[in-house]
Design a protein around this ligand. Structure first.
Ligand SMILES: [Zn+2]
Length: 429
């Protein structure tokens, strides 16, 4: 098993703590809800004390809110603490980052909404929990991290970067697409017939699935056990197309570098909250996440910017008692401007959800606003007259006559460069 050997060597060099954390997670997944909550409370008290003692930012904001680490006696007390947005994390990062750890630090960078990135460092323990959480999810599908896998990500490589990327891919038994020419997509798909899993941006997985379905039965995927979509919302349309193409459902890994893994979908279709490392709150449908292992850059009540639905009480057939994220609805904050009123971009989610539920019409779409009072909705595939009427009816239901909506069908929605947003505003950037 050469890939396994390379993986073990890489792990020993990069972060030897991963195996230990993975064993812990595999044990904790059998814990009762009460025990998980108790674990979260201990983790929370430790994180809050640590942040109060070491980060001038948290000390100031906690003092202002009149709370101390001793105020946290139950998980409900978390609500006494102030929340923090990505913009605030970026602005105050120097007063949050703790660089005195004796552990190795890992550089992390994620994009911010204003174009300014968030740069921070994760310590070794945090990095290990993060990776182990991903690998635990893999284990539910009988996938080992060193198994042969395809990877779909945004690409924008210089020649030098491409060489480095290819070497890193080789070490991880991974292959990826470097361009979206049809012949290269076909080559990528041919390689998938020997792969155990596929992961990447959901919209890109969807594109590849469409190509497979367009060339019926040209390939077979006997070894494929898991298809994991990340970073983007997985639309119902994607689920249908992927299942038909590969015979395996697309599952969701929900998280971010700063929050860690928030939830991972189990084989029974439930997105289980990674309660061992995060606390998820839902406030006005918006997610707030506290990363219990973020000791080098504490993340407490962080507004990640998604609307979600959280089910605290439900149980899953897999046996895990962890909370469940029942749905990620969309991004917070974008506004659609009518002639008179404003609407949250989430309104589009309801328009298309109703269309699917009431008319059985599942569409892949993207809406763009370049001027107030007007909206362009582009959809993939051809619309029949009755489809058009159903769509217009749903649009009118929410926007009445406050918005002139132009619907264009037969559109190619993929930029093939990165994330696909369901709403793009050229007014609010
Ligand atoms: Zn489950």
């Amino acid at each position: 098993m050469i890939p396994k050997l390379i993986y073990e060597m890489g792990k020993a060099i990069r972060n030897p703590l991963i195996s230990e954390r993975l064993s812990a997670l595999l044990e904790m997944q059998g814990w009762s809800r009460e025990r998980l909550v108790q674990h979260q409370l201990l983790g929370l008290r430790s994180l809050v004390t640590h942040a109060y003692d070491n980060c001038s930012y948290y000390r100031t904001t906690f003092d202002r809110a009149g709370v101390t680490p001793f105020s946290i006696l139950s998980l409900e007390d978390l609500r006494k603490l102030p929340s923090i947005s990505k913009e605030e994390l970026i602005e105050h990062r120097k007063r949050i980052q703790i660089l005195t750890s004796s552990e190795r630090l890992f550089y992390s960078e994620t994009s911010g909404s204003t174009g300014k990135p968030l740069v921070f460092y994760r310590n070794q323990d945090w990095d290990a929990w993060h990776r182990a959480s991903v690998f635990r999810g893999y284990s539910w599908y009988g996938v080992a991290p060193w198994d042969r896998n395809g990877y779909l990500w945004g690409y924008n490589f210089s020649w030098k970067r491409a060489v480095k990327t290819r070497i890193l891919d080789m070490l991880q038994n991974r292959f990826r697409l470097f361009s979206y020419k049809d012949n290269e997509i076909d080559e990528f798909i041919a390689k998938l017939s020997k792969a155990t899993y596929l992961s990447g941006y959901s919209s890109m997985i969807y594109e590849v699935a469409k190509r497979v379905n367009a060339k019926k039965r040209a390939w077979e995927f006997p070894h494929l056990r898991m298809i994991k979509g990340t970073s983007e919302k997985i639309f119902d349309k994607y689920r249908d197309e992927v299942k038909v193409a590969f015979g395996v459902p697309i599952i969701s890994e929900y998280g971010a570098a700063e929050s860690g893994i928030i939830a991972f979908e189990c084989p029974f279709g439930a997105m289980h909250v990674n309660m061992e490392t995060v606390i998820v709150e839902e406030e006005n449908n918006e997610i707030l996440v506290t990363n219990l292992v973020s000791k080098s850059f504490p993340i407490i009540r962080y507004k990640l910017g998604d609307y979600i639905r959280l089910e605290k009480s439900s149980r899953c057939a897999c046996g895990m008692q962890h909370e469940i994220v029942s749905e990620v609805l969309g991004r917070v904050g974008k506004v659609i401007y009518g002639k008179v009123n404003q609407y949250p971009s989430l309104t589009l989610y309801y328009v298309f959800k109703n269309l699917a539920m009431e008319h059985g019409l599942v569409l892949n779409y993207q809406a763009t606003q370049s001027q107030k009072g007007a909206l362009l909705v582009r959809v993939e595939g051809q619309l029949t007259e009755s489809h058009r009427q159903a769509l217009n009816k749903e649009i009118t239901k929410y926007f009445a006559h406050d918005l002139d909506v132009q619907v264009k069908d037969g559109e190619d929605l993929h930029t093939r460069k990165g994330k696909k947003a369901d709403f793009v505003s050229e007014i609010d950037r």
